[in-house]
Design a protein around this ligand. Structure first.
Ligand SMILES: CC(C)(COP(=O)(O)OP(=O)(O)OC[C@H]1O[C@@H](n2cnc3c(N)ncnc32)[C@H](O)[C@@H]1OP(=O)(O)O)[C@@H](O)C(=O)NCCC(=O)NCCS
Length: 405
């Protein structure tokens, strides 16, 4: 028997604060201070939900902020960036997250957004709601002062900014760079305040910021902290928190700068784009080590026609793809080809998958053939997955979100 849970929309800042405290508790963290809550806790353009017990106590939360997500071909679609998801430990496994997700995704659809996106704490949670991994990132470590090949791209200069200057320069720059890569998303003022505000939650941390300027102006930036080494002077590890680059020369310029900083033994980063290809630029390619790979952005399409219509498509013969929505109504059957997308009605499909398995192909992280080999797509017509590979292939950077939220 399924229980009906009391899910409420939260607009009162006091209710949102209670939700925030529950959420932080689910991450094993204490509540934020009054000061931090006042300055950085929530914003008017966000959508907050809480789930309550019969006694009126809040035990779970989910919220989202508006963003524009770049899709293959360069268009941006309206999306809800989901965050703050948690259910108090004494109230889990009773369907409360499911109630929150259903309410949240219904509201996202009613607002006219094309998709919802999130970063997942655990990979087993969100597939059941139609989310799939749409981009992945490599964890990398580069030894300090590696040799750079003479033919490594180089065009530009690097300058360091203090946090106040960075707050003026970085948001527009990141918006521009994120528009050039599928999976890139715009960030809100609150996101930036929390990340770099001199008086923000990260105020006491060492945090340094640099911008790369190429022939056409600013084209990349990096924000980093350090993991302190045991020995004074020379064993710190620089840890990149953000690095966006709009060209191979900006990528090389920023990494060259970071790996050349004194008193550091290595530079590491969590989740770099799969097409960064830094090893190709080094004289000793083993100075660059990929130490792991993980899921980056999770995508849940809510408006199938809008999402498929916004994306560019490659050459090749059209395919008919039947989609299933694990939470809501049927997601339809679609003819997809170089000329675009149209509803295919009752046509027998060449291929079939759930929305959670469309996400990985939608931004270009996985091919339909790979998804069919993995059992995630069903191929009804022999050779249809290979045809879909050509249709889904669009030239451009590998998908990567690069924003943690
Ligand atoms: C993840 C979390 C929100 C789930 O809440 P919940 O109310 O227990 O979820 P539900 O009861 O609605 O579970 C729905 C289904 O998902 C499964 N599920 C939920 N959390 C799961 C997890 N962490 N791992 C595996 N399965 C999970 C449940 O078993 C249930 O499966 P069923 O439908 O087959 O019975 C909660 O465990 C939590 O707060 N965790 C810590 C904070 C966190 O990780 N938040 C997510 C941030 S991205």
């Amino acid at each position: 028997m399924s229980t009906v849970h009391d899910v409420r929309t939260l607009t009162d800042p006091a209710d949102r604060r209670a939700a925030s405290d529950v959420f932080h508790g689910t991450l094993h963290r204490g509540p934020v201070s009054d000061e931090v809550w006042e300055a950085h806790g929530q914003a008017a353009d966000e959508h907050w939900l809480g789930v309550y017990t019969a006694d009126g106590e809040i035990v779970g939360s989910a919220n989202s902020f508006p963003t524009r997500l770049t899709v293959p071909g360069g268009a941006g679609v309206a999306a809800a960036a989901v965050s703050g998801v948690g259910v108090r430990a004494d109230s889990t496994r009773a369907g409360r997250l499911t109630a929150l997700m259903r309410a949240q995704l219904s509201a996202v659809r009613d607002r006219g957004d094309t998709a919802a996106v999130l970063r997942a704490s655990e990979a087993a949670i969100y597939g059941r709601y139609g989310y799939g991994v749409a981009s992945r990132g490599d964890h990398v470590t580069v030894t300090a002062r590696p040799g750079w090949r003479p033919d490594a791209p180089a065009a530009g200069t690097v300058r360091m900014l203090d946090r106040a200057e960075a707050a003026k320069v970085l948001p527009d720059l990141q918006d521009r760079l994120a528009a050039g890569r599928p999976g890139g998303m715009t960030r809100t003022a609150r996101w930036w305040r929390r990340a770099i505000d001199p008086a923000g939650p990260a105020a006491g941390e060492y945090k340094a910021i640099a911008v790369h300027t190429g022939p056409d102006g600013d084209d990349g930036f990096a924000v980093w902290g350090v993991t302190e080494g045991d020995l004074p002077g020379g064993r710190d590890e620089i840890r990149i928190q953000q690095l966006w680059a709009g060209s191979p020369a900006a990528t090389a310029g920023l990494w060259r700068f970071l790996t050349g900083i004194d008193l550091a033994a290595a530079v590491s980063a969590w989740s770099r784009p799969l097409d960064e290809d830094l090893d190709l630029m080094l004289t000793d390619l083993r100075a660059h080590r990929v130490t792991g790979r993980s899921d980056d952005l999770w995508l849940r399409i809510v408006d199938v026609a809008g999402a498929l219509g916004a994306r560019a498509w490659g050459a090749g013969d059209p395919v008919v793809l039947r989609l299933h929505d694990p939470l809501f109504d049927d997601a339809g059957t679609w003819r997809i080809g170089p000329d675009g997308v149209a509803p295919a009605g009752d046509t027998l499909p060449d291929l079939e998958c759930g929305l959670e398995s469309l996400g990985p192909a939608f931004l270009g992280d996985r091919t339909p053939s790979a998804l069919a080999r993995g059992g995630r797509w069903t191929e009804h017509t022999l050779g249809a997955a290979a045809r879909a590979d050509a249709v889904f292939a669009v030239p451009g950077p590998a998908p990567w979100c690069g924003t943690f939220f």
